[in-house]
Design a protein. Structure first.
Length: 250
């Protein structure tokens, strides 16, 4: 799909600079409750190598619906879905899945169960870990969930790490700022396109983001302007975040 060759030439996706360039999409799909055909068209248009999804279907035939979404968009399911209470990792052909984990985060009584879908991936000599998550609506719970998400992502043992998700808060709040203290906030370091992702009509908050560890370079990150507001609103209740990153080889 969107795998880019940098500086040439060997046909593996690796360039002379010793990095692999990847497109990573983060998208809350609201359990496919909206115009799913339009949603698929939007996702396919971005030609991402990895899609880190939130709110994959959890109740009615969740496995069947997750496979439908992945197949329709040209991906395979690497991790997550109902097993992670909604977060999911989808990968394009050519991405090798070395390991997958689905983690349920501790739950405060009265709040929804939250989780993280995790995978160790490899392509063209680059190895890295990815995680997709969706944090709590409760501020106190979000803060300690953010810490647990970072811990589980690091526990995969890869030097280079990519995290994306619906954080249910925006920069300047404790959970988000804790993530951004440990990982690079893509839009903050390489802003591109639009900033805000929520609510779906007249968005004014950036509650969805893509983060990466030191050593991973953000080329650009933001909400693509390829679709109209009406199209985005009909597909789901969040705007997608698309990041182009360069991951070192070796």
């Amino acid at each position: 799909m969107g795998l880019a060759d940098l500086d040439a030439v060997d046909g593996t996706g690796a360039g002379a600079s010793g990095v692999v360039e990847l497109r990573v999409l983060s998208y809350n799909v609201r359990s496919l409750r909206d115009d799913r055909r339009l949603l698929v068209r939007i996702i396919r248009h971005f030609e991402a190598d990895i899609a880190l999804v939130q709110e994959a279907p959890r109740f009615l035939l969740p496995g069947v619906q997750a496979e439908w979404l992945a197949r329709s968009c040209g991906f395979a399911v690497a991790a997550g879905g109902a097993a992670a209470t909604g977060p999911m990792v989808l990968v394009a052909p050519g991405i090798e899945v070395l390991e997958a984990r689905n983690v349920l985060l501790p739950r405060t009584p009265g709040f929804h169960q939250r989780g993280i879908a995790l995978a160790r991936l490899a392509i063209a000599g680059a190895r890295f870990a990815v995680g997709s998550t969706h944090l709590s609506l409760d501020a106190e719970e979000r803060r300690w969930q953010a810490d647990l998400v970072l811990t589980h992502l690091a526990d995969l043992g890869e030097k280079y790490r990519i995290l994306a998700g619906d954080m249910n808060e925006f920069p300047g709040h404790p959970g988000w700022d804790h993530l951004a203290a440990e990982l690079q906030d893509g839009y903050a370091v390489a802003p591109w396109g639009r900033e805000f992702t929520s609510p779906h009509r007249r968005p004014w908050r950036r509650i969805d983001g893509v983060f990466a560890s030191e050593g991973v370079e953000f080329v650009r990150c933001g909400v693509p302007e390829d679709f109209t507001d009406a199209e985005y609103e009909a597909a789901t209740d969040h705007r997608p975040v698309l990041a182009t990153l360069r991951v070192p080889i070796g």
